[in-house]
Design a protein around this ligand. Structure first.
Ligand code: GCU
Length: 599
């Protein structure tokens, strides 16, 4: 077969497979907002699993679970008697043979639930990394792609009396056109990594709402409520008992109502993270939320919180519990990570490089930490692939839907270190920025970039994407990946966006905690002293940066990453933590702590 025919044949097979795979299956729904406040039945706990390294589950139809009929029948797979894994939780840290596994794992949970005649039932997933194919009682409900945002399926009328079988095929293999793509500097934890529950709602329920201060206002709430169900036109109320507010309105024939009211709020801030009990009521549903009110803006070279300049004292955090060396997913995990950020002296956490679990967002807000929430549009992305722009938009919408009522979320960050040379990169990300601002105009939008030049001890900050960002977010590792070219105090800056605030979104270097009897002036020692000196020099350089509105060291804790393979100093860990993976403070921690105390 000649080359042309060969490629034509292969191409048609791929298209055919894709069509067959998509046929009969639907995409998951964007999840309803505020799952925790609804009537839910948790499916957390032990699930039976089959590790499917040979990818046979599809053609063997693992979701059918055939029963033995004749004495001669047998099946070479079964969930009954299969090993168990905890859900939520990544599978890598639960089975040593799965430590670095990237592939297919089939999960099953048996559950009973009563279908009441005037109720609806939904299956809610906090997140599954990376692709989830979901089956209920032998029927495919649909699929979801993306490892860090919630999704749901309606299962009203699909459950039966007695035991129901929920089967999920999880596949965390990397996709070239995935978000992220092939390469990234964190462990690719796979599995059903966040809570799973059944949510029971009224026939017409409150699907979504947005209740925040209008951009720039300290008193005026401008929001909306969206019902889902046949009884679309209903009286609705928004109540804030502490402020004696009872806002009343009526949804239209598509279940939508605007919300507009004013009050004198005690504004949310890191020093005073005030949240109000807010009750959203329709004739058939009631949701309770804890909502804070604040306003964020950039004005010239300043970031304003409640119209006052604020310096962002950040730290980067991956979603990993360092003590467990596992994907973080619980309230306890969130408290461990966030209390450590507070101890460092932070007022902001950059949740790298993907939306973290909802406990992190809600707990950070309660603790007075602003949140930098980011999409995993990380480094090498196939922006010219026809599927990628839609994947980016879907993930953006899922992230914003879940967290838009969290006043603690200050920045939507839409990319990290993408390459300016990648085809379609600017067009795709400029378009995504416009979509983001159209969905939510109340927050800052950023792209994190490291295309700046550093020559003759001078920075040249130029990237086109900064024209569409509210902040100039720069990742730079002078003193680690790139040696200093002169005195840190004499660094020159050419920032082609003189009227925007500059945020150093990553800086730092590596050290192995407790590394002793090694030369302290050589990077290859991984000494604490070398890392400490990087931080001293960086702090000195901060004084040269025009419009500096904040800094964010990379990273709070040492964390797992396959590419960090030095057999003595890394052992599979990125050692840029200010704390070791056992929570031990390195010398550099004290440099940052002192700097934040002075700010
Ligand atoms: C990059 C990237 C991080 C990475 C870090 C490093 O800037 O954003 O994800 O871990 O550098 O090299 O350690």
């Amino acid at each position: 077969m000649n080359v042309f025919k060969d490629n034509l044949f292969r191409g048609s097979v791929i298209v055919l497979f894709w069509l067959l795979n998509m046929a009969g299956s639907s995409h998951a729904q964007t999840a309803m907002v505020n799952d925790q406040s609804r009537h839910l039945i948790s499916l957390n706990g032990k699930w039976n699993v089959m590790v499917d390294q040979g990818n046979v589950g599809g053609w063997k139809k693992f979701w059918i679970e055939p029963k033995l009929q004749k004495k001669t029948d047998f099946f070479e797979y079964s969930f009954d008697g299969a090993p168990e894994l905890n859900v939520p939780g990544d599978f890598n840290s639960q089975m040593c043979e799965l430590s670095f596994y990237e592939g297919s794992v089939w999960y099953r949970k048996l559950f009973n639930v009563a279908q009441k005649k005037d109720k609806r039932l939904f299956l809610y997933f906090g997140a599954v990394n990376y692709i989830a194919d979901v089956y209920l009682n032998g029927e495919k409900l649909g699929s979801h792609e993306g490892g860090f945002t919630p999704f749901q399926f309606e299962i009203t009328g699909k459950v039966k009396d007695g035991s129901n079988s929920l089967i999920v095929n999880v596949d965390n293999r990397r996709l070239e056109n995935g978000l992220p793509g092939y390469g990234y500097d964190w462990l690719n934890y796979g599995g059903i990594t966040r809570d799973v529950s059944i949510i029971e709602t009224a026939n017409t329920y409150i699907e979504d709402y947005f209740i925040q201060l209008e951009k720039g206002s300290l008193n005026d709430v401008l929001g909306w409520i969206q019902l889902n169900g046949g009884q679309a036109e209903q009286k609705i109320k928004v109540k804030i008992p502490e402020l004696n507010i009872v806002y009343k309105s009526q949804t239209n024939n598509s279940g939508f109502a605007r919300v507009e009211f004013s009050s004198r709020f005690k504004l949310w801030s890191p020093e005073s993270p005030k949240l109000y009990n807010v009750i959203v009521e329709s004739e058939t549903d009631t949701i309770v939320d804890e909502i804070g009110f604040r306003t964020l803006d950039v004005q010239g070279d300043k970031v304003l919180l409640n119209r006052k300049p604020i310096f962002l004292k950040g730290v980067n955090i991956h979603e990993e519990n360092p003590m467990k060396k596992a994907r973080a997913y619980s309230l306890d995990d969130a408290k461990l990570l966030l209390n450590s950020a507070k101890e460092l002296g932070c007022n902001l956490v950059r949740l790298a490089h993907y939306p973290h679990n909802e406990y992190m967002i809600k707990e950070a807000e309660k603790m007075g930490l602003m949140i930098w929430s980011e999409l995993p549009i990380y480094q090498n992305i196939q922006f010219a692939d026809s599927l990628v722009p839609k994947k980016m938009e879907t993930m953006l919408r899922e992230m914003i839907r879940r967290d838009k009522n969290r006043c603690g979320v200050a920045i939507w960050s839409l990319s990290n270190e993408t390459y300016s040379s990648t085809p379609n990169r600017n067009k795709a990300l400029i378009n995504l920025t416009k979509i983001c601002k159209a969905i939510d105009s109340t927050r800052l939008v950023s792209h994190v970039i490291n295309t700046q030049g550093y020559t003759n001890n001078s920075f040249n900050v130029w990237d086109t994407l900064y024209n569409y960002s509210d902040l100039i977010a720069i990742n730079q590792y002078i003193g680690w990946y790139i040696p200093w070219q002169g005195k840190p105090s004499e660094v020159k800056w050419k920032v082609n966006f003189p009227d925007k605030p500059v945020f150093i979104s990553e800086f730092g270097g590596e050290a192995l905690y407790g590394n002793k009897d090694v030369p302290t002036d050589e990077a290859s020692s991984w000494s604490e002293e070398y890392q400490e000196q990087i931080y001293k020099n960086q702090v000195e350089m901060f004084g040269t940066i025009p419009n500096l509105c904040g800094v964010c060291p990379w990273i709070l804790f040492d964390y797992k990453s396959l590419g960090r393979m030095h057999p003595v100093n890394q052992k599979g860990f990125n050692r840029k933590g200010l704390l070791s993976d056992k929570g031990e403070k390195k010398k550099a921690w004290y440099i940052m702590n002192e700097y934040y105390k002075r700010k």
